[in-house]
Design a protein around this ligand. Structure first.
Ligand SMILES: Nc1ncnc2c1ncn2[C@@H]1O[C@H](COP(=O)(O)OP(=O)(O)OP(=O)(O)O)[C@@H](O)[C@H]1O
Ligand SMILES: [Mg+2]
Length: 275
């Protein structure tokens, strides 16, 4: 018998309308299973953060159903408790407390837990080691790089062993090296701990690291696809370039006209090496 994967997120007709008739989300149906790593993409203002805020119970829908980890959020009495038990948040602006050390920042979500000070400290230390910051525990945020601060925020989001981590542009203001490090870290946590991730990003390279890309436009899901072709987003971007249009319209530039595939690849490589 095949085992059914448990559903972590289920939305039915999820809708959020802001004052002034702004349809930020418009009837979103989305199911995410345990252990999935989902990227959410879409233009600015398309509703990505609104969706994340509803999934994390930071905001309430205008209509529709939102179930997270088996709980219908409309029926949860203590939302603070639900959030701290079930969901971890990572934002672009990491919201670390500037006067506290990395270690103290990671301890904050553990304050509610019935554990001794020593156990709390040990868990925070362990989490900072997981994100490779064992040697920076006593640094305050201003003494850390952007990527290191984001790793502290990730350690903090893991503190209560949430089943779902919601990340809104977690690599938004990082260079490409730090972006790769953060994504590798998130993927490792996803694989090793089975944590489910929903990551909003504008960066196709970040989205490519996911199992599935949900594209939102005007508050609706435009596309929802598993990634089986790692170049899918590159190809989409390429299609919109002048060369992409030329190929689609059958008007190849002179440099490529009349060549066989091998020659085209060699010629494109030569052109790419020059740019
Ligand atoms: N508190 C609010 N009050 C009124 N309108 C809002 C509010 N929050 C968001 N909106 C509107 O809802 C729409 C979706 O916003 P949202 O923040 O979800 O977009 P987004 O996809 O995250 O964009 P970005 O990529 O720029 O972060 C936008 O048109 C925005 O103006
Ligand atoms: Mg946003």
């Amino acid at each position: 018998m095949t085992q059914q994967k448990s559903v972590v997120v289920e939305t039915i007709g999820l809708t959020k309308t802001y004052e002034g008739d702004v349809h930020a989300l418009d009837g979103v149906n989305l199911t995410i299973c345990a252990g999935e790593f989902v990227a959410v993409m879409g233009p600015s203002g398309s509703g990505k953060s609104t969706l994340l805020n509803l999934l994390g119970a930071l905001d309430r829908p205008t209509s529709g159903i939102c179930r997270v980890a088996g709980e219908d959020l409309a029926k949860v009495k203590d939302l603070d408790r639900f959030r701290s038990k079930t969901v971890g948040f990572v934002f672009q602006l990491h919201n670390l407390i500037p006067t506290l050390t990395a270690l103290e920042n990671v301890e904050i979500p553990l304050q509610e837990e019935k554990m001794s000070d020593a156990a709390r400290r040990a868990r925070a230390k362990h989490l900072l080691e997981v994100v490779n910051l064992g040697d920076r525990m006593n640094f305050v945020p201003a003494q850390l790089s952007g990527g290191q601060r984001q790793r502290v925020a990730i350690a903090r989001s893991l503190a209560n062993k949430p089943s779902l981590i919601l990340a809104d542009e977690p690599t938004g203001n990082l260079d490409s090296k730090s972006t790769d490090e953060i994504m590798n870290l998130l993927r490792t946590l996803n694989r090793e701990q089975g944590t489910t991730f929903v990551v909003v990003t504008h960066n196709p390279a970040v989205a490519r690291a996911a199992d599935r890309i949900v594209t939102v436009r005007d508050g609706r899901i435009l596309r929802d696809e598993k990634i089986d072709n790692v170049y899918l987003e590159d190809l989409r971007d390429f299609k919109e370039t002048a060369l992409g249009h030329a190929i689609m319209n059958g008007h190849l530039p002179d440099e490529l006209n009349g060549m066989g595939l091998d020659q085209v690849v060699a010629q494109v490589k030569e052109l790419l090496e020059k740019v």
